[in-house]
Structures are given as C-alpha cells and as structure tokens.
Design a protein around this ligand. Structure first.
Ligand SMILES: Cc1ncc(COP(=O)(O)O)c(C=O)c1O
Length: 435
C-alpha cells in the first residue's frame, strides 16, 4: 500500500516537535539529512527505560536483566532493519564516525604499507578521515574514484582505481550533500574481483531506502539511527565471522566475541532502546508477516513518497531565476536531498533568511565536503540543503519554494559573498556546523 499524503498527515501527529511554531507559522523541518525528528514511540521508550529499567548489564537483579533483554532485542530488531541473518553481526557505538575510526585501526592491522584503500569523491569526511589517517600514519595508499559535473560517480574511474593492491573499498551509498545514490552492486563486484573488503557508508542511504546487507553482500555497513527517527546511536554491521578475526582495540575485561568485540565501554542503553522503538515505528507503516517484511515494505513506500516530493522540489526550484541545483536529477535512484545555490546570496544568508520564515534548512558542507570541493562549490560557502523525510509535506515544500523565490526580490538586501576557504584535504579550517 503506497504511503500517501494522508499517511504523511497521520504520521505527523506522532512527532511532537512538528507542532512547534515560529511567529505563528509551523516550523518546517527540512533538515532531516542532519538528523530527523523523533516520534512519541521513541521518546516514550527512552523515558520508559529510565523510569523502570535503568541499570548496567550482566547482573543479577531485575533491572540489569531487563537491560540485557532490551539490548538483545535491539540487536535483533536492528538485524531485521539491515536484512542481516544474525544479530551477532550488529555492533553499536556512539555514532558512525567513531565506529569507522575504531574499525580502521583493526583493518590496518591486516594491511602492510603500499596496500590500497579506494574511496570516492562523494564521501562524507567520516569515510575519508580514518583512511587518510592510515595513509599518513601507516603508508597505506588512499585512492579516490572521480565524480562527473552532475555529481554522479564515474563508474569507469572506480574500475580503474580498484586493482589487486586494493584491500578495502569504502563506498558511499548515498551522498548527504548532493543526494547521489551510487551503485553498491558495482562496488561489490569490483571489490570482490580484487579480493578486497567492501565497507558501505549507508548513513544517508538508510534514511531513505530499505537496506539488505545480505543482498548487498557487504563486509561492513555503517549507519546512524538519528537519521531515521531514532536517537544518536551508530550501527556497524559486519559479515558473520569477520569481526571475530580482526584485532580490535579492546580492554581485557571486554567480551572478545562479535558483536561486542568493537564496542568500547558502556553503551548508551536508553538510546539503543529508543532505536529499537524507531525501527518498530517504521515497521508499523509496512505490511507483511515478519518484522523484516514490514520494515522493507514501509521503507519502499516511504521512499517512493519522498522521491516524488523531492522531485517536485527539484523541478520547481531549478525554475526560479538565479537558482542553481547541484547533484543528479530525479530520473533514477536518488536520495530526496536537494542542494542549491542562489546567485548573489551566500548559502548561510539563504539559510538565515529561510529560518526567519520557519524553514529549517542547512547551509555549508555538512562534512560532505569533498564533492562540493570537487564541483567548485566551496568557494562561495557551499550549498543550501533541504531534505525530505516521511513527515514532510507538499505544503512545506511550497513554502520553501516561495521562500527561495523571495530571496531574489530586489527589495531584500543582498549580503556579500564571504566565506573562509576550507583546506582541500581535511576541510577542518572553516568547517561549518552540522554533519
Ligand atoms: C553520508 C554520511 N556518512 C557519515 C556520516 C557520519 O555519521 P555520524 O554522525 O553518525 O558519525 C554522516 C552524517 O551526517 C553522513 O551523512
């Protein structure tokens, strides 16, 4: 059953923050790519945990046993969300970045200087920094597959970069700054031919499409629950048996088996319980006999709704004089995340002016800096990004279109373009807030 505009209106009642207003107008949360709002089910699960079950793990009394049970259930529900056959494949951490960094040290112990890691020009810094660090510290070579002017990955260049020296392909499934969806099946085929591991950054993708790690045949996949209606928790999937073979950094008191092997210190139990509720909330919009079927069908239908609304924004915003849209069009698979620039108005000023109309959008690079550098968009401060998720409406998009069109009216002061330039490699200098 399709997810309709009426379903969207219905789901909005589940998200209390959507009732917020600014000067009498509802706040339009078009900032989903930096983190979505959370439904009551998640808030209640977190509060419920603190009210009744808050304890550390592996003890003898009721609250600790409840905590063990809830965390175990969370692993099983997350495995269903990812399409993983075994909950032992699911590790948790603070966020994707810290999990990737920990994993990078473990993988480096299996590599020698001169081994290669292939990434793409679409990567978020979280899927660049850990590998560039190995290049700087351990002589591992990082190669980067190119993108074209429309922000699509150059498949031929990906094939050229991967060779028998490649040990790891670390690959963005969807770009958080351009919305590009890349061909993970191609990355799998090429990495397999080279005998390399495939790590998928699914942080942006998982918010908009069903994930099936088994079909993707991924060695590792990472995502973050705060992008799909949950709390700030990172998730690492690893192929059954693979994490057990890696030398992770761990304390001698830490459980040495997967999935615990890479989990440092005490986890955020309440947030994990909230994440379980977020996945169950998504599943409540789907159909099917199993939890997995309900999650996958809900994600399919929500994805189609988001795609249509994203395409509507894309087609209309690019018709506004002085607006340039960056990233691929909506003719194929694409995340409903659209970045624009407005001639003569700095991105930060655009976001500020829109925020005065109750429109929450991000400006800058969102750590998805590399593609914006490559496309020459950082010289004027990056882009203005709006993202569509399940609770966004056509009316909100119309308000955004109106807000963008107003920016170019001569009565508005046109602020000067001035941004500090980030450094090409790390982008740390001049980095803007937001992920
Ligand atoms: C594509 C992508 N990868 C990685 C990350 C980093 O995720 P986290 O904030 O969980 O570290 C983000 C965050 O925005 C992202 O969009």
């Amino acid at each position: 059953m399709p997810f309709t505009a009426a379903d969207c209106e219905r789901c909005r009642r589940d998200f209390p923050s959507l009732a917020r207003t600014l000067d009498g107008r509802p706040l339009a949360f078009l900032d989903g790519p930096a983190g979505t709002q959370v439904p009551n089910a998640v808030i209640d699960a977190i509060a419920g945990y603190y009210r009744a079950s808050n304890a550390n793990t592996h003890g003898y009394f009721p609250t600790t046993r409840e905590t063990d049970r809830l965390l175990q259930e969370t692993r099983e529900v997350t495995a269903a969300f990812l399409g993983a056959a075994d909950w032992r494949s699911v590790s948790f951490g603070q966020n994707m970045t810290t999990l990737t960094w920990s994993l990078s040290y473990a993988l480096a112990r299996e590599m020698v200087p001169g081994d290669e890691i292939v990434i793409t020009q679409l990567e978020h810094e979280a899927n660049r920094g850990p590998w560039l660090n190995l290049q700087a510290e351990r002589g591992i070579v990082v190669r980067e597959a190119a993108i074209g002017p429309d922000g699509r990955l150059d498949a031929d260049d990906l094939a050229r970069q991967i060779s028998e020296r490649t040990r790891l392909v670390a690959f963005s499934m969807a770009s958080n700054s351009l919305g590009t969806v890349s061909d993970a099946a191609l990355a799998r085929r090429l990495s397999k031919e080279a005998g390399a591991w495939l790590l998928l950054d699914a942080v942006h993708y998982a918010a908009h499409f069903p994930i099936d790690v088994t079909a993707l045949d991924a060695d590792f996949l990472l995502c973050s629950a705060y992008k799909f209606y949950g709390p700030h928790v990172g998730i690492l999937y690893s192929r059954p048996g693979l994490l057990d073979r890696l030398r992770t950094d761990r304390l001698r008191t830490q459980d040495e088996e997967a999935p615990y092997r890479i989990e440092m210190g005490t986890l955020n139990h309440a947030a994990l319980v909230g994440m379980k509720a977020a996945v169950e909330y998504i599943a409540s919009w789907g159909t099917g006999a199993s939890l997995r079927a309900r999650i996958a069908s809900a994600m399919e239908e929500i994805s189609a709704y988001e795609h249509d609304l994203g395409a509507y924004y894309f087609e209309n915003v690019r018709g506004i004089p002085g607006v340039a849209v960056h990233g691929p069009d909506f003719s194929g698979p694409r995340a409903p995340t659209v970045s624009i620039t407005v001639e003569g108005v700095a991105p930060a000023e655009v976001a500020r002016a829109l925020s005065e109309k109750g429109l929450n959008v991000w400006a800058g690079h969102f750590y998805g800096l590399r593609p914006l550098e490559i496309l020459g968009l950082m010289e004027n401060g990056g882009v203005v990004r709006a993202g569509i998720v399940m609770y966004n409406t056509r009316e909100e998009v119309d308000r955004l279109l109106e807000g963008v069109a107003e920016l170019r009216k001569p009565s508005l002061p046109q602020p000067p373009l001035s941004r500090p330039l980030p450094s090409p490699l790390t982008g740390r200098e001049g980095a803007l807030k937001a992920e």
